[in-house]
Structure formats: C-alpha cells, structure tokens
Design a protein around this ligand. Structure first.
Ligand SMILES: Cc1ncc(COP(=O)(O)O)c(C=O)c1O
Length: 445
C-alpha cells in the first residue's frame, strides 16, 4: 500500500485514523483516544481541516507563549536552516553564542551560563547531574505536588501519580512537604512548610543532599503560587546547608507570570534553573539549564559527564533567539502583567456567579479555577487523580464550543498565549461561564 507523505488534503477523520493506526499517543489508553485533528494555527486560534476555529486557552501545554504562526520566528528558523542545519555540540556557532549572551541578560542575578537540551525533562536530568557533580552529594529533594517530566530521573522527581507506574526510579530522591495540600484551598503557613523542609534535611543529613528541586509556581498540579517568604526561606535554607536550589521554570518561565521568570516576583536567584516550553514558544524543541556564575566557574577545571547529540541544535537556538525578540518587540511580558488583573476579574465574576467555583488563582496569565461539590466542607468535584461525570461533561462542552484547555482533576486551566487581547480573553471566559452551569448542578444543597 502506498503511503501519502505530501500535502494532499485529508479530512479530520482520515487524519485521526492514520495517526491512530501507525503512531503511539502519550499518556493514553490507545483505544480511548479521540484526538482533534489540527490543520494550522494563527495567534490564539487553532483550525481543523474543515475550518472549525478553536480558541487555544492553554497555549497547548502552557508553551506557545507568543502565539501560533509568528512569521518572525518562522523566518529565523528558515534562515538558520538554509545557513547551517546542524553541527555536533563540540563545535562553536554564532547563534549559540548570541542566544547564550541574551539568556545571560534575562536570567536572574548572576546566572550567566546555559547548557542546552531538547526539552524540559532533559533539562531536569542534566540539572540533577550538575547538582551532583558540583556538590559531590547524591540526594535530591522534591515535592509531591510536582511534575518535572517523563524521563526516568525527572519522573522520579515528579511527585504526582504519573510517577506511580514508572517506579522504581532514581536512587536518592526524597520528598519534602508541599506548600499546598490536596483538598485545601489555601497554602499552609510559610513557617510550617519551611520547618517541614528543615526536618527532612536534618533527618537525611545535609551533607548527603545535592539539590532541592521545586517548580517555582507549581504548574499541572494546580498553579500553586508560593506564599510570600517561602522562596526566600528555601534560598536561606539552601545557603545555610550548602545545598543547591534548583528552580524548574519550564512552565512558569518566559513571561507566563508577567515577568521573565517566576522567581523574579520574589527576587530569588536559584543556583540552577531549568527552562523549555516558552524558550522557543514550542516552535522547535529546546530546553536549557541555567546556572549561576560560581557554578559555571567551578566547571572550568572539572569534567562535566553529560552530553546530547542535539545539545545546542542551531535551528532550535535560532527559534529561541527570535522568540525572545518577539517577547521584547511586542512587550508580551508586559501584556501578561497587564492582563493578570483582567483574568482575575473574570475568575472573580465566575466565582460570584457559580457555586461550583471553589477557588481560583492566577499570576499574570498563569491561571486556574478549582471546582467543588461544596465549598464548606471543601469537597473537590473529583477525587485525587480522578475524574467525574461533571468534568467529562465540561470537557465535551468546551470541545463542542470551540475552546481548548487543560482539565486535570477538578480544575480548569486558563493559560492562553501572552499575545491574547482582552476581547479574546472574554471570549474564552464566556465559554467557561456557560460550561460552569453543568458543574453547578453537582453542588450540594
Ligand atoms: C514544570 C515542568 N518541568 C518539566 C517538564 C517536562 O518538560 P518536557 O515535556 O519538555 O520534557 C514539564 C512539562 O510539562 C513541566 O511542566
């Protein structure tokens, strides 16, 4: 049988059938799949082959931060591909130096060197190596309400249920307390969370711990914004114990929260910082580990035991440099900051109108609405790691009404591209407003 590889127009049904026949989808029971076929995308909208428009209210995986189809990035990718597609990472290239210098400019404090990977999980893997090589210790601390990627080390650091089927994982990963407990609307007091971390360090032995990993703002586990004082407290504990502070900014970074990086909100400089997603706005795969000057300097005379065939891939680097320039030219980070209060007002309006809205949070355009059966006692609309008929019905409603977003557990994520306008934001919240009528019917009393 001949296989069509060029651009003959196929229907959605044909595309889905062929995708399902010969390609494997992640995080799925294959027979339960019902993917939407996408033909092209522009700005905040995706289009099916039949021309149906879908508002992308989650920037795909919180990653297409500049929006879809930006010619400036596409042209930069094309120009680099025409000039030099690939050299192995031991060579030096102009694009590598230019992107490195730009990242040194935007990263916090004295972070001035980056190691390039292919994505977020690889950035985490290499951050574990950097922390271990640098300190000579092997343990790494991580939290339960966390996702760090699906490779083995990153999966072990991941505390959420996606880890379970992948265990046993890396030796030396130890959990420390979360700022937010499942089933509670508010974070625990800062002092309690920090004391919990101190306890774990005491019991494990500071001299055995290489790094403390944390998502600066927890992403897929609930847009959990750390209370003021928490990050500074972790920084102080790390300094006191000579442990590296490793902030995962794969999702929270690159303007999502209205600053270049989420750590910038609290003036904290981590020792290592992992990045991906918004770095290229996902136009091409790329991740990075950023490091402080002192750590980079220590490796001047010490071997780093790590590498990747595609580290510093020139075409991905060109996508990143052009993406960073789009953030700057269009003041997208300013837009995320300006629209933060607008998103909050939408959340508040929905909470006032719909009894099923139990809580909402956002920083810039990093947002979430938590749904409940009852606000008091607090009863989430789904069990932990589960779903419910109401959440399924909300997902169906969004699909029928042209809205794409992420719906884990009892939550509706609101993370549109940073180029979104106020009108487009209102358009998305109008669909959510109508969908919440379904959830309201589940509210007790
Ligand atoms: C905070 C965080 N870290 C790491 C990752 C893993 O990134 P990737 O899927 O590019 O490997 C993700 C992915 O969602 C993430 O949200």
């Amino acid at each position: 049988m001949s296989v069509e590889t060029t651009s003959a127009r196929m229907t959605s049904a044909e595309i889905v059938a062929q995708n399902r026949a010969n390609t494997f989808f992640s995080w799925s029971i294959q027979s339960a799949l019902d993917p939407i076929a996408i033909d092209h995308a522009e700005g905040v909208y995706l289009y099916t082959p039949e021309g149906k428009r879908i508002l992308d209210f989650n920037s795909q995986l919180m990653s297409v931060n500049i929006g879809h189809g930006d010619r400036r990035v596409i042209d930069a990718i094309t120009a680099q591909a025409l000039k030099l597609q690939y050299v192995q990472p031991a060579f030096a290239t102009e694009i590598r130096g230019r992107l490195g210098a730009k990242m040194a400019e935007i990263m916090p404090g004295d972070m001035d060197k980056v190691f390039f990977t292919l994505g977020g999980a690889e950035a985490i893997e290499n951050a574990i190596k950097f922390a271990r090589h640098h300190t000579g210790r092997y343990k790494v601390l991580a939290r339960y309400r966390a996702y760090h990627g699906a490779t083995f080390g990153a999966m072990t650091l991941t505390g959420d249920p996606r880890r379970w089927a992948n265990e046993p994982g890396l030796v030396g990963v130890v959990r420390y307390p979360d700022t937010h407990r499942w089933g509670e609307a508010e974070p625990r007091p800062v002092g309690e969370s920090l004391q919990g971390l101190e306890d774990v360090i005491r019991y494990e032995g500071a001299h055995t711990i290489a790094g403390i990993f944390l998502e600066t703002i927890v992403g897929t586990n609930g847009i959990l914004i750390p209370p003021d004082g928490y990050l500074k407290g972790v920084r102080e504990i790390c300094d006191r114990n000579n442990i590296l502070m490793v902030c995962d900014e794969v999702m929270a970074g690159f303007g999502r929260t209205g600053r270049w990086f989420a750590v910038d909100h609290w003036d904290v400089v981590p020792d290592l910082m992992t990045m991906a997603k918004g770095l290229t706005s996902s136009y091409l795969p790329l991740g990075a580990v950023g490091m402080r000057h002192g750590i980079a300097e220590a490796f001047e005379n010490k071997m780093f035991h790590g590498g990747l065939t595609y580290s510093s891939h020139p075409v991905s680097l060109a996508a990143a440099l052009a993406t960073i320039s789009v953030y700057e030219q269009d003041d997208l980070i300013g837009n995320a900051q300006r629209l933060g209060p607008v998103m909050q007002a939408h959340h508040e309006r929905l909470a006032a109108k719909h009894t099923s809205v139990g809580a909402h949070r956002n920083l810039g355009l990093f947002g979430i609405i938590d749904l409940v059966r009852s606000r008091d006692p607090w009863t989430p609309l789904t069990p932990y790691n589960g779903t419910s008929d109401e959440m399924k019905a909300i997902g169906k409603f969004f699909r029928e009404n042209g809205l794409y977003t992420f719906l884990p557990n009892n939550s509706i994520h609101t993370n549109p591209p940073l180029c979104i306008t106020e009108d487009q934001l209102a358009e998305g919240f109008d669909v959510i407003d109508r969908a919440l009528d379904i959830a309201d019917q589940a509210v007790a009393g």
